[in-house]
Design a protein around this ligand. Structure first.
Ligand SMILES: [Fe+2]
Length: 315
């Protein structure tokens, strides 16, 4: 199963009844000894090692990574991501998040085994890799979309814009597949007090879903709260992050993890969140400031100020 230059994929030698995909998300690769955005994060190399070992026990057709691949969007962080993803046996398909920077993301994930396709066809499924950052990007004057200031992209909660929405309409109008699944960083449902979809982003998807009944679901990330939600009758599967994960029922950390999918040829999608429990990633109660951020009792600015004060106090 090797992606061609246009991003389509040859079918399997023999038709199969299910397509098995592992989703990683929010890997936030970070150079050693650098500070993570937001002040805290798991040891990504250790988290990836555990997830890789877990994945190796499963028979998978592909791995999808739904954005925030690099913590600050720096080229060195994509080199770390590429080295890690190349260790995985199945093809790895990436889509960008708000922590990614478009130019570095596009340049950094271009091996045959690790790529950022727009479309992949497998059996009677079309996987559409939607870029939910396009709506905040700017026209550089020559018709190309470029990133806005780092802050404006970093704090985006998803916006398709007319061009990305038109692209998905075109995909659905022209594909031979029966079923379409959207891989996208920003979920259209299930936010928390810290991050979540804006009414504008939800309205974009509400309009699209009404026009495109062949869209069977979403595989998303962004919130670092692995869960399952429903948006206008369409299932939204949110994968665990590698950087940090939160359980908002118990208000504890969760270990790093991944989400396991099975796509049936009848259009059904099932998924399960998998966690790699390890003593380095205990399911400990969240610090008060993190819980307050996730409840919406603190803004990002207030939370960042607390983190900065603590860092200064610690010397
Ligand atoms: Fe993230």
């Amino acid at each position: 199963m090797v992606p061609s230059a246009c991003g389509d994929v040859a079918g399997y030698g023999a038709a199969r009844m299910t397509i098995r995909v592992a989703q990683l998300s929010d890997t936030h690769f970070l150079e050693p000894d650098h500070d993570p955005e937001g002040g805290f994060g798991y040891d990504i190399a250790a988290a990836f090692d555990l997830v890789e070992a877990d994945l190796s026990a499963h028979d998978l057709d592909a791995v999808v990574v739904t954005g925030d691949i690099a913590d600050h969007g720096r080229p060195a962080q994509y080199r770390l991501a590429l080295e890690a993803f190349e260790r995985l046996r199945p093809p790895v398909w990436c889509t960008p998040g708000n922590h990614d920077r478009d130019a570095a993301f596009q340049a950094g994930l271009t091996r045959s085994h690790v790529s950022a396709p727009r479309l992949v066809h497998v059996e009677n499924w079309c996987f559409a890799f939607v870029d939910s950052n396009v709506g905040v990007m700017l026209d550089d004057g020559s018709g190309h979309r470029v990133d806005p200031e780092h802050h404006d992209r970093l704090h985006g909660n998803g916006l398709l814009g007319s061009a990305e929405a038109a692209w998905l309409r075109q995909v659905c109008a022209t594909t031979d597949a029966e079923h379409v699944f959207v891989w996208v960083h920003h979920p259209p449902a299930s936010g928390n007090g810290a991050v979540g979809p804006t009414p504008e982003y939800q309205a974009e998807w509400r309009t699209l879903l009404a026009e495109l009944p062949m869209v069977r679901g979403f595989g998303a990330g962004h919130t670092h709260v692995p869960t399952f939600a429903d948006f206008e009758g369409t299932p939204v599967h949110i994968g665990p992050a590698l950087k940090n994960n939160f359980d908002l029922d118990e208000y504890t950390f969760l270990p790093p993890g991944w989400r396991r999918y099975e796509f049936g040829l009848d259009g059904t999608v099932t998924s399960t969140a998998e966690f790699v429990d390890d003593e380095r990633f205990p399911r400990a109660p969240l610090p008060r400031s993190v819980a307050a951020l996730l409840r919406g009792e603190l803004t990002h600015e207030q939370f960042d100020a607390i983190v900065a004060r603590r860092a200064a106090a610690a010397g």
